[in-house]
Write a protein of this length. Structure first.
Length: 388
């Protein structure tokens, strides 16, 4: 095994301890080392080039052993690939995904289903997407269209055309008998088979936030109003089950999700995470160290991953512990695996998806834009679901 291979294996298989902030510092070390690598084949013999690369690799290993964080292990993976004697990127980037589920991603070229074997399927020119409860279908919206697509074949199962612009689709979580979505400020619902005769308006005061179905339910739905309140409805009768006070979370919700069991609702505000009970009373407010952009509730319902500025935080939803930094970088989309063992995030700055696993281990999926046939157009992680 060459020195370069040894460095690569060590960085990939044995993530090093440290603070996440070290990631940014590591980039400077890497760039400086690569700049020193300089010469071309025309000006340096193969033997001297090999010795120089081995020396640079050794220096990087020593420096990164002190400073590299778990998030920085992805940077180490990047180093190893460049010093490798073979093209480690010849395999599909997405082949590194764990078995047992598929990911949906959205870019300017539309939505894609990404399977664990590394294969991908273009689903359509959707800007918002969501999974059906068993992962058999994807619902997507674009312009005035709402459609359900088979993610394996890419075939459209049904499509509706609305009068206004549609967004924020959400499939019910029991047997998938209903799909909620927004048409402008109107909250609408349609049967899961797309029957146009079932397509109707429930409310006309919705904020641009994806509605949240109560777990294992095809009729209990919570949405955010334009005034900042949260309302839970019985979609079959239109009856209001619960309503928070206006601006009940103190900050207008940007994202909402029911925890497993349906006893708690988690809402992401501009600078806080709020935990509410079934009656939509705030039971806990957790301040965040910056403006929040995205929320992924852990399957256990006990914690959440939150994108804040240029970082991802692990936020416990109970107890005295505060948010902990998981990763430092420009993240676009986060999703938990169904077993909750891994967090998938899109790292735009490196054109990578990263899998954050147990013990701080990180696996990097390289060149994801190129893999989806849209180089330079980064695919945002939009959901990770069970096998169909």
């Amino acid at each position: 095994m060459s020195a370069a291979d040894a460095v690569r294996d060590r960085l990939r298989d044995q993530p090093l301890p440290g603070e996440a902030e070290a990631t940014a510092r590591s980039w400077a070390v890497v760039e400086a080392a690569l700049a020193e690598r300089a010469p071309t084949a025309a000006t340096r013999s193969p033997r001297r080039t090999a010795l120089r690369l081995a020396f640079v690799a050794a220096l990087l290993a020593a420096g990164l052993a002190v400073a590299l964080s778990p998030a920085g292990a992805a940077v180490g993976d990047w180093i190893g690939d460049r010093f490798s004697t073979h093209d480690a990127r010849s395999a599909p980037a997405f082949a590194a995904l764990p078995k047992g589920g598929s990911v949906i991603a959205v870019s300017r070229s539309g939505a894609y289903a990404v399977r664990p074997d590394g294969s991908t399927r273009h689903l359509g020119a959707f800007s918002d997407v969501g999974w059906s409860p068993h992962g058999l279908h994807v619902v997507g919206t674009e312009g005035r269209r709402v459609a359900a697509v088979d993610p394996a074949a890419g075939t459209v199962k049904w499509m509706l055309t609305s009068r206004g612009r549609v967004s924020h689709p959400a499939w019910s979580t029991a047997d998938g008998f209903a799909v909620a979505y927004l048409e402008g400020r109107a909250l609408k619902v349609v049967a899961g088979n797309g029957d146009p005769t079932t397509n109707r308006v429930l409310r006309r005061d919705a904020a641009p936030v994806t509605p949240a179905w109560r777990p294992h339910s095809d009729r209990v739905l919570t949405y955010a109003t334009g005034g900042g309140a949260l309302v839970t409805l019985d979609v079959a009768t239109g009856r209001v089950i619960a309503r928070s006070p206006a601006a009940g979370t103190a900050e207008p919700p940007r994202s909402i999700a029911w925890a497993r069991g349906g006893r708690r609702l988690v809402a992401l505000g501009s600078h806080s995470v709020f935990v509410l009970d079934r009656a939509l009373h705030v039971r806990r407010a957790i301040p965040l160290p910056g403006a929040a952009r995205d929320l992924a509730l852990h399957p256990s319902g006990k914690r959440a991953a939150v994108v804040v500025r240029r970082a991802v935080l692990d936020v416990p939803l109970a107890g005295a512990a505060g948010p902990q930094r998981l990763f430092q970088g420009n993240v676009d989309g986060i999703a938990w695996s169904q077993d909750g063992r891994r967090l998938l995030l899109g790292w735009r700055g490196a054109d990578q998806w990263l899998l954050l696993g147990p013990g701080g281990r990180i696996r990097a999926l390289h060149g994801v834009s190129r893999e989806l046939g849209a180089a330079g157009d980064f695919p945002r992680v939009a959901g990770w679901c069970c096998a169909g």
